[in-house]
Design a protein around this ligand. Sequence first.
Ligand SMILES: *Cc1c(COP(=O)(O)O)cnc(C)c1O
Length: 432
Amino acid sequence: MKTKQSKSLFETATAYIPGGVNSPVRAFKSVGGDPIFIKKAKGAYLYDEDGNRYIDYIASWGPMLLGHAYPPVVEAIRKAVEHSTSFGAPTELEVQLAKLICENIPNVERVRMVNSGTEATMSAIRLARGFTGKDKFIKFAGCYHGHGDAFLIKAGSGAVTLGHPSSPGVTEGTAKDTLLAEYNDLDSVKRLVSAHKNEIAALIIEPIPGNMGCILPEPGFIEGLRALCTREGILLIFDEVMTGFRLGFGGAQEALGVQADLVTYGKVIGAGLPVGAYAGKAEIMEFVAPNGPVYQAGTLSGNPIAMTAGYTLLQELKDKPQYYTELAGKCKALHEGLASLLEETELPWTINRKGSMISLHFTNVPVRDFDSAGTGANDYFKQFFHGMLKRGIYLPPSAYESWFLSNALSEKDIEETLAAAGETIEEMNQKR
Ligand SMILES: *Cc1c(COP(=O)(O)O)cnc(C)c1O
């Protein structure tokens, strides 16, 4: 595998961009080595600056659900861009996308567009605080909600912990209003709720987490949260930045049959352009400016190019639900193939999967929360990652990330992936 161009670009990049990247996980820090610079992509394939081709399991961290440079999306962007890239005034395109979402997601009556998942979750928490008149909120260890200050709080020891900032620059003052619970542990939530009676505005959760690998909720967990929030007057926020429009048009809400009070979107909603959104019932959403007192704004929010890209992709997904069945089938084939390869070895492994999200953990422990996700052997993951990369398979460069399938993947691509996995796993098994 040639890497000359990527290496030279990375060297230049580090002179001008902190760490050479505009988002940390791209830097390969947790797997070692230098990042690959991508020149272009089409369908299921990425092409780097040295001319290598990769089968892509990142899909830009989710958005490219139907593959890269999806022709209807490219065409829609091309058409829109001729009419300027931004107006700072309302457009029909925003209305189209909002209407499509509101008409097809049962508990969504209003949706406000922003520019990233981070903005969506920050705004949703502000709205929940403004609406309830309370300050604190609950989040779960290992759930990622973007880089807003209030979310950058890591678990201390014990389930019932007051938050401590996990990044310098986040003040103790901010952290004190973030309460930390453990995923799949309803009691950890109940303890926080009774210790902070009538102080909690919201509970935010990735209903099916994808940021500590892919994790599945155990029966009754999400239902229990819904009941508890309703009883206590806490707004339940589903962060569907990853799962929204991916697990089905209705996202995790539909997959789990549970409705949140507020939902945040990102990734798929913008088809690869910078879009996020927060949404919910009119009663809550109308509390946002200009009709309500909670301020939130954006110069480029509802950008016409981004709106037309998102609308084109979402309309396609809504019209063709068979895409979701196909994607789930491909993911299942990958799961079964990997499992049968790993069964032949002495390596520890656990695979989690939901729809088109899958993660391989090098541990024998069931991975059901942040702590169990942490039992995965990062050394094995590094070997696996680099073994796959040099065989032309591009996986997320972190053991804590779900892989994202796109429907552009063919059966042959899955077979090629499994062949590469077979060789890599064989290598790893011999090295033990
Ligand atoms: C990616 C992600 C975010 C952050 O979105 P950005 O667009 O990167 O700001 C928030 N929540 C979840 C669940 C995500 O996966």
